[in-house]
Structures are given as structure tokens and as C-alpha cells.
Design a protein around this ligand. Structure first.
Ligand SMILES: *Cc1c(COP(=O)(O)O)cnc(C)c1O
Length: 482
């Protein structure tokens, strides 16, 4: 979205695309939303999508595809081995990242399985800026440990730091000096650091990581799942990138890495994944696992239609007008919520808008799940589905006590090119109303608590009749509006 100034002096995020296929949405009356939330055990993962007005649960596999991507699906070459469709993907990845060896996978975590099985041995360490859930799980499954070295500002909710995803380079160097290449499986850097609010890393920081890796003989692995947002932030916030094209920045990033992997559910707006490798030896160590877990080397578990659309999606990622839509809509939502006093993570990152439930609901004990209560209240008040990222998403200690999360967040993901500005304005308005009425919101308690991944399947209930009271207040304020 180019900078378009209105006559009024205001700037708004202006869509550089038009909509040619639509999906009908319904907005249930608030009484029905209360019933749906109750049926879902106050867990937004258990809602039926037909009961949701704006699905802001995730950006995974739900970004809008372009007409060119859909058209490309029709020319896909169906063959088990040696598909021309795959050859086109391989050529595009080589062109963009300058790495010769490519392994296709069915999604991002499959890349992590292959990397962890190949490089992580019991007792080895994987230093990284910050973990992602599936990354950590695969490393731990193979007997390794992760060492999170994100700069301390990365974990502060409000900050002016433009690159909150950067790694603490002194801490990385100290660890490398102490443990050496024998103990360190690889160094992992994650673009658009997912779990701390979609916060980007800088090109300068990645270059520093490269220097440490060279000095100590370490492999640098780059998780490019959220690269599109990160490229935009490098261009926008880093002086050395201002005059470079997105394609040139992509190449500078890639030139610093040994291995790049990605979830194509995010990068490229399709469903799939891949690993790009510079060195033939490293490639050969991983290659055998692809036919074992994914599929033959020229499809890796993806359908040829998805592969064809991915090739086009990767090329479209080089278009600044395409990749800035998400971050600009998020920045708009964050600044409008800030104007209304609603506590949010700053600066605005990629991925989505993150509401700080720790402050929003500071009257609720953390043991009654502030972020979970906010996710429930948000759906009831608006039909907007977000994701709890707080204590509910943690696992209890072996003795049964709660692990209180550092951050209590309601994540409202912004799937790319999916919502219009009036829909975003609607979400802002209802969250503002909720903030004005925040003292009415109270906590949740578990009625069914699974031992593992409780946030996916667990069921909760409100500690009092606060949800009915909230519905009554909504009716008093909005009359018969939905
Ligand atoms: C989503 C994601 C993954 C996992 O990808 P899937 O396609 O969901 O398996 C890995 N890393 C990051 C940073 C992600 O955002």
C-alpha cells in the first residue's frame, strides 16, 4: 500500500487489491454468541467457524490467494516424480534465496522434524532468538534443549525498539565460546518472531549472528515462515535497507544463512513448506527423511496445485504492495486501540494485533486466566475469534501448580488481504466497548483440563454470571444491534 495522503491530512491503509471472490459471513445476535461460547467451553479453538464473524485465530493457511495463484493451480503438472511444477518451485527458490539444494515438506513443522532429527543429539543445545511451539517440541523430542537469547526488550510489552526480535549477540557469543560446535546443534533465528508478537529481527543483527557462527564453526538456520512481514519492517525501519528492493533484502538475508526453512501456510499464502540448503553435504544428511515422512523428493507431501500456487506466491512476496498490507492493517488497529487507551503490544509487529490482558483485566487473578477470559469476552461482545496466548497455553508443573506466563495476550491475527477496513473498525469499536466495561469481566475455571496441550481441547466455565451481565449491558448500550 503506497503512502496515500487524504485531503484531511489523515493517512489510512489503502488496499492495493480488489476482491473478486467472497465468502458470506454471519454475525449472530449476542445471545447466540453467548450460547456458542458456552457450548465451546469458553475455548475459542472449540468454536464452529460458522458461528464466527471475524476469524482472527491465526494467519496459518488462511491468507487470501491472488488470481494469479488460483490460475496457476490449473496448469499444475500431476506426476509422482519429476513434476514440471516442482521444477518451477525449485527454480524460484534458487532464484530468491541463492541456495541450490531444496527439500519440499507438507508444512513448517515437518521441516523442523527433519532438521531436529538430523542435527539435534541428546544433550545438544539450540540457541535461538525465541522459540516457536513446534520448533521447541521437535528439538526436545530429539533430546536437545533450547536456549532463548532474545534481547531483554523483546519481552517488554511496550517498547520503542524497532527490532524486538533481535538476539542478544553478547549472550550468543558467550554461549558459543563456552559450549563450542560440539555441543551446539545449530543456531536458529526466527523472522517475525511469532510468540512475542510478530516482532521482526534486523539485517544487522543477523549479520552479527553470522560472524559468531563463522568464528565458532556453527550452522545458521533461519525460520522464514514470517519472512514477508520481516522484509517489510527491514525496508521500513532499517537505514541500510531503505534503498534496497524487497528482492535485494531477501538476498542479503539469505546470503547470511546456511539453511532456510519455512511454513508455506504463511510464506507464499498456500499450504506446504520447504528447506533450502547451501551445502551439498548438509543436504544429503537430511534428504533421506523426506521420502520417509513427507513424500517423494519432487512433492514432499504437497499437492501439485499448492506447489504451483506457492511458486507464484513467493514471487508475489517480492512485491512491497503485497507484503505491506498485513503490517499496515495491524499498525492501524494498534494505533486506533492506543488512542482509546486499550493496552496493546508496541511497536506494532506483523502477524496480528496483540492485546495485553495482563493490564486490560488487572482485577482478575492470573490463576483465573486473564487472557482466556478476554478471548471469551471478546467473542461474546463481537463475534471476533482470537487466540489466548498466556497462562492457559502453558503446562502445569509436575506438582500440579500453575506456570504463570510472563505475558497474558489476546492475539488477534490479521490474515493477509482477508478483511476490509470497516471490519477492522468494527473489531476496534467492540474491543473499545469491552475496555470501557472491563470491570464486568471476571475469570474462568477449568471444568475439563487435559494434561497436554490443554489450550487446544480444554473446557472452562465463568467463575460467576459475569457473561450474562455483559450481554445485558450490551443490550442496554446497543439496543437491538447485532
Ligand atoms: C507456523 C510456524 C511454524 C510451523 O509451521 P506449520 O506450517 O504450522 O507447521 C514454524 N515456525 C514459525 C515461526 C511459524 O510461525
Amino acid at each position: 500500500m503506497p503512502r496515500i495522503k487524504f485531503h484531511s491530512g489523515e493517512t489510512i491503509p489503502l488496499e492495493m487489491h480488489k476482491v473478486r471472490i467472497v465468502q458470506k459471513l454471519t454475525l449472530l445476535p449476542i445471545e447466540d454468541r453467548l450460547k456458542a461460547m458456552d457450548d465451546a467451553g469458553n475455548n475459542t479453538f472449540l468454536l464452529q467457524n460458522c458461528d464466527v464473524f471475524m476469524d482472527m485465530l491465526t494467519d496459518s493457511g488462511v491468507n487470501a490467494m491472488s488470481d494469479q495463484q488460483l490460475a496457476a493451480m490449473m496448469i499444475a503438472d500431476d506426476s509422482y516424480a519429476g513434476s514440471a511444477t516442482y521444477t518451477r518451485l525449485e527454480a524460484k527458490l534458487r532464484e530468491l534465496f541463492g541456495m541450490h539444494y531444496i527439500l519440499p515438506t507438507h508444512q513448517g513443522r515437518a521441516c523442523e522434524n527433519i532438521l531436529a532429527q538430523t542435527f539435534v543429539k541428546p544433550g545438544t543445545i539450540v540457541p535461538m532468538n525465541y522459540h516457536f511451539t513446534t520448533t521447541k517440541a521437535h528439538i526436545v523430542l530429539n533430546g536437545g534443549v533450547i536456549e532463548e537469547l532474545v534481547k531483554k526488550e523483546g519481552l517488554e510489552v511496550t517498547s520503542d525498539l524497532p527490532f524486538k526480535g533481535d538476539i542478544d549477540i553478547e549472550a550468543l557469543e558467550a554461549l558459543a565460546r563456552k559450549e563450542g560446535a560440539d555441543k551446539i546443534a545449530f543456531v536458529r533465528m526466527e523472522a517475525g518472531t511469532n510468540l512475542i508478537g510478530g516482532q521482526p529481527i534486523s539485517l544487522a543483527n543477523l549479520a552479527d549472528v553470522r560472524r559468531v557462527c563463522d568464528k565458532y564453526g556453527l550452522i545458521l538456520v533461519f525460520d522464514a515462515s514470517l519472512l514477508a512481514d520481516n522484509l517489510y519492517f527491514m525496508k521500513e525501519r532499517e537505514d541500510s535497507c531503505k534503498d534496497l528492493s524487497i528482492r535485494e533484502i531477501t538476498r542479503r538475508v539469505a546470503d547470511l544463512c546456511d539453511i532456510i526453512y519455512f511454513s508455506a501456510r504463511k510464506l507464499g499464502c498456500v499450504r506446504g513448506g520447504g528447506i533450502c540448503i547451501r551445502d551439498e553435504g548438509l543436504y544429503k544428511r537430511m534428504r533421506g527423511l523426506v521420502p520417509l515422512y513427507e513424500g517423494f523428493l519432487t512433492y514432499g507431501g504437497m499437492s501439485v496445485r499448492e506447489i504451483e500456487a506457492l511458486t507464484v506466491g513467493l514471487e508475489e512476496t517480492m512485491d512491497e504492495d503485497m507484503i505491506n498490507q498485513g503490517p499496515q492493517f495491524i499498525a492501524y488497529m494498534v494505533s486506533e486501540l492506543l488512542k482509546r487507551g486499550v493496552p496493546v503490544i508496541t511497536p506494532a509487529g506483523g502477524l496480528g494485533c496483540h492485546i495485553d490482558a495482563m493490564r486490560f483485566l488487572d482485577h482478575i487473578p492470573q490463576a483465573e486466566y486473564r487472557a482466556g477470559a478476554l478471548a471469551s469476552a471478546c467473542y461474546i461482545a463481537s463475534g471476533v475469534r482470537g487466540m489466548e496466548r498466556g497462562t492457559l497455553s502453558e503446562q502445569r508443573n509436575p506438582d500440579g501448580t500453575e506456570v504463570f506466563s510472563n505475558m497474558e495476550l489476546l492475539r488477534l491475527a490479521m490474515p493477509r488481504r482477508v478483511f476490509t477496513r470497516s471490519q477492522v473498525d468494527y473489531a476496534i469499536d467492540r474491543i473499545d466497548w469491552l475496555y470501557q466495561n472491563r470491570k464486568m469481566i471476571d475469570g474462568l475455571v477449568f471444568v475439563e483440563e487435559p494434561e497436554i496441550l490443554r489450550f487446544f481441547y480444554g473446557r472452562l466455565k465463568p467463575v460467576s454470571d459475569w457473561q450474562e451481565k455483559l450481554v445485558a449491558k450490551f443490550r442496554a448500550d446497543f439496543g437491538d444491534s447485532l
